[in-house]
Design a protein around this ligand. Sequence first.
Ligand SMILES: [Zn+2]
Length: 407
Amino acid sequence: MSTSLLYHAFGIRKGFKYTRTQYENGAVIFVVKPEQQSLICPACESRNIIRKGVIWRMIRTVPIGRMPVYIKVAVQRVRCFCCGVIRQIKIPFAREYRRCSRALERLVLTLSNHMTIRDVADFLKLGWDLVKDIQKEYLKKRFNKPKIHKLKQIAIDEIYLGKKNDPQYLTIVYDLKNGNVVFVGNGKGADALQPFWQRVKRAKANIRAVATDMSPAYISAVMEHLPGAALVFDHFHIVKLFNEKLTDLRRKLFHQLTEKENKKLLKGTRWLLLKNPENLNTDKDEPKRLQEALELNTPLTTAYYLKEDLRQLWSQPTKEKAAEFLESWLQRAWSTGIPSIISVANTLAARRSGILAWYNYQISTGPLEGLNNKIKTMKRQAYGFRDLEFFKLKIKAIHLSRYALVG
Ligand SMILES: [Zn+2]
């Protein structure tokens, strides 16, 4: 075994020399010693030192095939006459307090681009926690505080993690230019965003537009902290709000219908009502079934067509036309006399300017739904909640490729 092979294949830096190889319990152990002439004080780099014995350390490094490899290294203790203190010399190929080499850490990170933590741990015969810690340290360095001074357009959204979790929600801020997650706050509403506003202020970021849902907490928070920015109510959330009312209406109607025949027509139509008509599946008779349900001619029918109409609000030629369209839509909605539709109309009327601001900044959280679903998938993997900090770092890294550090 040559020192140069250790240097190139196992990341042992200069200053150490190979002494022997041992084989123990199916593992290979390379024994190395520091070269005397390279000894210096680790604090002041003085050569004015004397040796004070060694401490042996076992450091795990990259395997040979599937055979674990350790480096057994004599860590020299030295007394420095400049500092007047006894210290251990530094080992350049491993982090302090880590029992694995930097080369092994790099291998773990490379494999993590293609495999889950469990897979990497099994393959390298390492502990799950060690693989996680290596990932966490890397993510922390890279994503803990994303640079936000160039932030121009953002979307704010919350993710529900479930009743049993603490916190139950996370609030997520996305950079809409590149889809990156730039902030993850605990909880929801104004408090969750407080640390983000502080960072925006410190970074002197000049945010021009913010897409959010219509919740009053976000509205007042954005107006307070970004008074110059345009607030754009997300059309994705507006349609979602309407869809929720549609689902309620359908449920009520189902209970009101007395004739079995009619009930049958309504059965299983929930998703059809929420689907965009162009997405209906003709092979499954979806257009026909939807048509039959609508022909019952109930408040549900009215609401359905109003929803379909509302989508056109975002395809008007100009902002002025859109404003006219919204007014006429509101008039129709109010005239239906259906309480839940009227309440949606009232909400939209109160938020007119933010809804129409879409014509100044065509932004929405819609494209980020995919990321939200990915986060929910990650949430189901138990590690999320044993270590909230790790989970939040994973969320910030989620825009990386499909497997990159996600599993
Ligand atoms: Zn010294």
